[in-house]
Design a protein. Structure first.
Length: 329
């Protein structure tokens, strides 16, 4: 089974990409692959696993069969177990926003289970939080699973800024067993994205305690933020790592140039705010804004024809699920 949280701005659940690319998309092939958006193989279908959630923004599954789901608007981490959604949340984050407030991208937007969960019980969350005095911050935190609840919350890093509604990103993926990739938007401050001293508009790479690993691309440059892995991004909502090949991918919500899927490369500048210095072309780019969000690489055993395929969601137009064959098995 492949499970993806696809929340959108309107009604309707996830849908497979129809046969052939839709009218508002064109594909830019990566030089060494046969990248293409395509229909699902014959006999495959997209089903709804559960509903009744409030804006599910991310999910991740530990090896014990549970599925943890982040509800953006409530700040709750819900648990799907033994075929049902548990009533009591695993954790609840105070995001400091009224339930009826228009959040757009604020709230609890990122969640990932540690690959060593069986040993350490760690779960990582990325969320915005408005303070009582009206100021705001974004938090990347770690909790530990104990008796079905998240305990011992530890803030690994905070960003003392809160945009009005957009560009906080929040994708989380493990790069191997020990390094964590976290995508951070430009917080509606485009000029920050090109600055190597700023984490805004970047994908950062940290260890379990929030520090920069010694093999990060800018770790020896005292003029940079040593946590930065890639920069020059506007709103890279999703990040994924292929656990077999090590290839990395991001979804980037670009400006008028169109939303895109990129390979994520160490030390790469992706060109925002002007996209004139990007050294790589996207794997796929949309002519119309789609709000590209979560992304994952399928490496399960149940769906053999999808081995190595990249799946990603879009947020606008009610949400949707897309499949991209990268040609990598």
């Amino acid at each position: 089974m492949l499970a993806i949280a696809c929340s959108g701005g309107g009604q309707g659940g996830p849908t497979a990409t129809p046969s052939g690319p839709p009218d508002d998309i064109f594909v830019v092939p990566f030089p060494t692959t046969t990248s293409a958006l395509a229909a699902l193989p014959v006999g495959y279908r997209v089903d709804v696993l559960l509903d009744g959630l409030l804006q599910p923004a991310a999910l991740s599954a530990p090896p014990d069969g549970r599925i943890f789901i982040a509800e953006q608007t409530t700040g709750r981490v819900r648990v799907f177990q033994d075929g049902r959604l548990l009533e009591e949340p695993w954790a609840e984050i105070d995001v400091g926003l009224a339930p009826e407030e228009f959040l757009q991208e604020l709230g609890l937007v990122g969640l990932a289970v540690d690959p060593r969960f069986a040993e350490n019980g760690y779960v990582y969350l990325y969320y915005s939080q408005r303070q009582p005095d009206g100021s705001g911050r974004v938090v990347f935190a770690r909790l530990r699973d104990e008796n079905g609840h998240g305990v011992e919350p530890a803030e690994l890093f905070t960003l003392e800024a809160l945009p009005e509604r957009s560009h906080i990103s929040g994708g989380i993926a493990f790069d191997g067993d020990d390094a964590i990739l976290v995508s951070i938007g430009d917080f509606e401050t485009p000029g920050e994205a090109s600055l190597l001293a700023s984490p805004f508009g970047a994908v950062i790479r940290i260890d379990r305690d929030g520090n920069a690993p010694p093999d990060n691309p800018f770790v020896n440059d005292l003029q940079t933020d040593p946590r930065i892995f890639a920069y020059g991004l506007r709103n890279p909502f999703g990040v994924a790592v292929d656990r077999v090949t090590g290839e990395k991918y991001i979804t980037e919500n670009r400006d008028v140039a169109g939303d895109a899927v990129y390979r994520l490369e160490a030390g790469m500048g992706y060109g925002w705010p002007e996209y004139r210095v990007a050294l790589r072309e996207p794997l796929a780019i949309y002519q119309q804004p789609m709000g590209l969000s979560g992304i994952t690489v399928y490496r399960g055993d149940a769906l053999p024809e999808l081995q190595g395929s990249v799946f990603f969601c879009h947020f606008h137009r009610g949400g949707g699920l897309h499949w991209m064959d990268t040609g990598v098995l």
